[in-house]
Design a protein around this ligand. Sequence first.
Ligand code: NAD
Length: 356
Amino acid sequence: MEYKIALLPGDGIGPEVIAQTTMVLDKIGMKYGDSFAYTELLAGGCAIDAVGEPLPQVTIDGCLASDSVLLGAVGGPKWDTLPGEQRPERALLGLRGALGLFANIRPAILHQALKEACPLREDIIGDGIDVCVVRELTGGMYFGDRGRRQGDMGEEAYDTECYSEVEVERIARTAFEIARKRAKKVTSVDKANVLESSRLWRSVVIRVAKEYPDVVLDHMYVDNASMQLIRDPHQFDVMVTTNMFGDILSDEASMITGSIGMLPSASLGEGTLGMYEPIHGSAPDIAGQDRANPIATILSAAMMLRFSFGQEQAADSIEKAVTQVLAQGYRTGDIMSSGMKLVGTKEMGQLILAAI
Ligand code: NAD
């Protein structure tokens, strides 16, 4: 198969980590008989410099005409003084909207070899951690009715949490589909003891679960879930939750895995077109110095193979290569510890290539 990939390297370390990732994809293509055709497009600060806006229409059109989108990172101090609407980060929101991406998938995996990076006790870590947070991305309080008004006690401000059956159904389905490819357990996180929107959320998730009898479903209140993630992360496989709860829980889950340079993410919609990107930013402090960890982006490409192209074996192959290189003791600066071998961005890419 030939797959069309829209490449959005972006700013800072974005182009460096994307360069390593396309080499890995090409090697995987050779191994499994696929090829990848890349169209490089502007998004973020580099787009502002070139054409005066963070997300040009030609970039949106190019993404829509592709089978999938791979993004590096956007932003940097150069554009920090611009007003909100013109900032590089607006490109991310614009792309989510234009591509109809309503589900954000963030696996938080702690590799056995990186145990030292985890702030949890060794007996809690056990043989590693593997949790996947599925966050609703386009609804809830971040997009609800909001405003200010005069009340009896002075000025008031309000933000509204609103979810429709359709919004909950589709994110629940995404979570159950992902769980089917993992340990077949979904924990739906809500606040149904207090919030009406959570009670609807819970009833819809229960209804959707009937379509997935092979997946175990349980429910947890968000306050308890935030404690349980630290007390016993092994009880979780896939956690599905609202935009706001997911914003907080996905950051908590990534923290327990240690480095930001290791974590991939995917944003998915109804079809197979998805946007894949590392969770880190453009790291201007290390840009252009061959110090960035390319693993988060390389693992994002593995997610793309799995979720957008259905290439499970190819995805496994990349993930195994990363595990192998870490087990051999190679580390970029962000995950370095004593006794390990320090390598740069390019060498880490080459090592992963060699391991495939
Ligand atoms: P950041 O993630 O860019 O960097 C935080 C720290 O982690 C820095 O010390 C950086 O050197 C380090 N780091 C990040 N990725 C790394 C990697 N792959 N390898 C090694 N070290 C790595 O966050 P920040 O400094 O808060 O933001 C910098 C810029 O990135 C800002 O303009 C911000 O708005 C933008 N940003 C973009 C995205 C995105 O594109 N999705 C996400 C977050 C921040």
